[in-house]
Design a protein around this ligand. Sequence first.
Ligand code: SF4
Length: 376
Amino acid sequence: MYQQMIGNLYIHIPFCLRKCPYCDFFSIPYDKEMEGRYCSALMHELTLRKDAICPLNTIYIGGGTPTVFEAGTIARLIEFINSNFGIENGAEITLEANPSSVSDEKLRLLRDCGVNRISIGIQSFDDMELKALGRLHNSTEAAAAIDIIRKYFGNFSIDLIYGVEGQGVEGWLRSVRTALSFSPLHISAYELTPEPATPFGRRVVEGDVSLPVEDDIAAMYDGAALAFARAGLCHYEISNFAVDGFQCRHNQNYWRRGLYIGIGAGAHSHLTCTYNNTVRSSNSADIAKYLNAIENNTLPTDETTVIDERQRLKETIFLGLRTAQGISAAEADVDCSELQPFIEHGLADLDGGRFKLTRKGFLVSNQIIGRLIAKI
Ligand code: SF4
């Protein structure tokens, strides 16, 4: 098997203090007893994958809620990575955090062990909306958590959610302005999507939730993008905004179809398999199976898909069109005449040979991407 060394690592910590009703990420209740065993399994998995890992350029510790772990556990993991594979100078090391599980001491220790970027799940600064989302924190705790983060990290990102039950455009823009008042270098703004397998998704199907109407959603997206632009954050991906130079490098690698290794239960990887082909694989999202496999010196791979040429083109389109860079018509093998209608309707631009969605186009990206992919 052809193997290219990879310097981008994702680490999944699937534990949360409580499951949010809208969340369809793989996450399970935090269990203190499990923390040490899971951390040892992560290190063991790294050892099993050692032939594919080179000095790391980006490390992203996501979840779940990584900050439910002790800072010492995260430090042990980073130290293990550094001593076995090396971490490049200037590497981006991100850790996802939650207001309910951070403290001054924990964030100081995390900075001291090498974490240099925090992504905090605030979602809203409105207490009613936070309640509707089933979050554990309130707006005062959210602001206090960001104040501590700012003490130790220049580079941090705030996650916000729009399209929440009972949320109006003005209420959403208040949260946007509050987020900007902390001068973050990066903001992610996601539309709340009812996933059918979640309690929230089921309530939506049963007609039990009244969500903002489509026009309001469009006004929320537009208003936020304008406010972020005025604050100097460039719109570099459908849901992501950053001061230039502070785009999330780890996530940019995903959107460029770069290779990465994901470790931990439920983590995904994109690896080489032959000189021309890549493979996407996922680890078992069953914690007991994951731990058993690793403790028996076996990779916990659940599914593996070889990415053939057709799938590669599809990925190039649906990942590339999420970004401000767009796609080159040549690399995505798209006929320019197919792009013309989108350009005429102000949904896309063709600029320097690259086809990019406009902000109006981002709002209907699923339909545009669906139409282009259907031709492949
Ligand atoms: S804290 Fe995040 S990962 Fe955990 S359940 Fe809530 S949304 Fe999901």
